[in-house]
Design a protein around this ligand. Structure first.
Ligand code: ADP
Ligand code: MG
Length: 447
């Protein structure tokens, strides 16, 4: 089936594009409405998803109406996490800089300020983005947004672009990923079109480069980026940059580039907290409900998800999408049972990893002893018992081996750890207080 589909894509995209981007795609599977393809590199995955996803999706839907997402995974490198890319809706094209040679990356219609939920972890970044989106005089240049995966960097950048189209339709706004920047640069070099390239990039009013960490270690791209950056700053044009970490922490980035990046306003998006996650879920439920009228969610489900699913908003959204799709298929309310069934894998994967250090800290707080006494050599019962409890919890709540646990408890022997663990197992059934303490500690650690 993919075979025929490719024929049709070939007609639409032309031989060149087809050979470069479509031909190397290897269809893997279709599951839960997600069509998965193997791609040779992440770069290709990104490029295809940004430029051809709509088209591929359109063709796939022609065959099978249930497809709603494309997922590109890198086959050769198994350690790389597959990235699920939401298919971009066929959005109105981003405002194109004054040159026909430039196709800007399409902006995601869903990524607006309206749909961005503000909470403590992202309020600064949001405020800064809002300010830039007003299109007033340039006050900080660049605006540098950084934070972990799925915390809303791209969302905010698209939101700025959308808003600028409204507030300042006279400005030419260019949004692209650092990968695309490099790709364009390399292409310009190859086609001997550097003049055009410079012309385009040095004539935009607002330049946004997403995931700039990508150009680390890519010397000539960095060089060109540096010059573009300087040229724009000199003309007082607004630049907005995102990265997965602070400028100073990006390895293999030239110092002069780093310091340039730091000289505006640097704001980070902190990992989401429970309240923000709950807020995001509530707002997404509102959106999803439009697609699935009549579906209901039992009380407590959103709280449970906000509590259990990691800080990455993308994972949270994916979970919700899956829940809605599943519930509508089986025609049931979204309750705890359905949630547990439907999201078993997600919930397992996001289980928090508890560390021995955390256990030691909790236990010493609980028994009001010093951490050094818990780990140290003292044999007094008032230290030894908490120590054994911490060993017991370490054995049961982490995947550490007995020798490893012994090492973390001041270099004790694994037989000492084993003895401690056994002792607590005995006491747990004999001593109600110990059983209760264990339960309390376990719950506190799992929270
Ligand atoms: P990043 O670029 O930082 O990796 P994205 O901007 O792509 O993250 O966000 C991942 C997903 O999470 C997107 O679908 C985005 O809409 C959503 N998201 C992230 N933060 C928020 C937020 N505060 N409110 C609403 N949606 C959010
Ligand atoms: Mg992003």
């Amino acid at each position: 089936k993919w075979g025929q589909l490719r024929q049709r894509l070939l007609k639409t995209v032309g031989q060149n594009n087809f050979t470069t981007w479509i031909e190397p795609l290897e269809f893997q599977q279709l599951e839960d409405g997600i069509a998965t393809f193997n791609v040779p590199t992440n770069f290709m995955g990104n490029y295809v998803s940004q430029n051809f996803a709509d088209l591929i999706l359109h063709e796939l839907r022609h065959e099978n109406a249930t497809v709603n997402r494309l997922n590109f995974t890198v086959a050769a490198n198994k350690s790389e996490k597959p990235r699920t890319m939401p298919a971009k809706p066929a959005a109105a094209p981003a405002k194109v800089a004054p040159s026909s040679a430039l196709n800007t990356a399409p902006l995601d219609r869903r990524f607006t300020f309206d749909s961005f939920v503000v909470g403590k972890p992202n309020e600064l970044a949001h405020a800064a983005a809002k300010r830039v989106a007003e299109g007033g005089p340039v006050t900080f240049n660049p605006l540098f947004l950084y934070g972990g995966v799925g915390l809303g960097k791209t969302h905010l950048m698209h939101a700025i672009a959308w808003e600028l189209q409204q507030s300042r339709p006279d400005l030419s706004v260019l949004y692209l990923s650092a990968e695309q920047f490099m790709y364009r640069f390399v292409q310009a070099l190859r086609d001997r079109k550097m003049m055009d390239f410079k012309e385009i990039f040095r004539n935009v009013d607002v330049l946004m480069v997403d995931d700039v960490q990508f150009i680390a270690g890519k010397d000539s791209t960095q060089e060109e980026f540096f010059h573009t950056f300087n040229a724009l700053v000199d003309q007082n044009r607004q630049i907005i940059i995102s990265a997965d970490r602070a400028p100073g922490e990006i390895k293999d980035l030239e110092d002069r580039v780093k310091s340039r990046l730091q000289c505006g306003l640097v704001v980070d998006l902190h990992p989401t907290d429970y309240e923000l996650r709950l807020g995001i879920l509530q707002s997404k439920v509102e959106q999803q409900s439009r697609n699935y009228p009549g579906l209901t969610i039992a009380p407590g489900v959103l709280e449970f998800l906000a509590h259990r699913i990691s800080t990455n908003v993308r994972v949270l959204e994916g979970a919700l999408t899956r829940l809605f799709a599943f519930a509508s298929l089986v025609g049931r309310e979204i309750d705890m049972d359905l949630t547990q069934d439907c999201l078993a894998d997600v919930l397992r994967a996001s289980e928090r990893k508890i560390t021995i250090e955390e256990i030691q800290r909790r236990v010493s707080e609980h028994y009001n002893i010093r951490l050094s006494d818990m780990i140290g050599p003292k044999r007094l019962r008032s230290y030894a018992r908490p120590r054994q409890i911490a060993m017991y919890l370490s054995k049961h709540m982490t995947s550490r081996s007995l020798p490893e646990i012994g090492r973390r408890f001041g270099g004790r022997d694994h037989t000492t750890v084993m003895h401690g663990v056994r002792r607590i197992e005995e006491l747990k059934v004999q001593d109600g207080q110990i059983a209760e303490d264990l339960e309390l500690l376990r719950r506190a650690l799992e929270a």
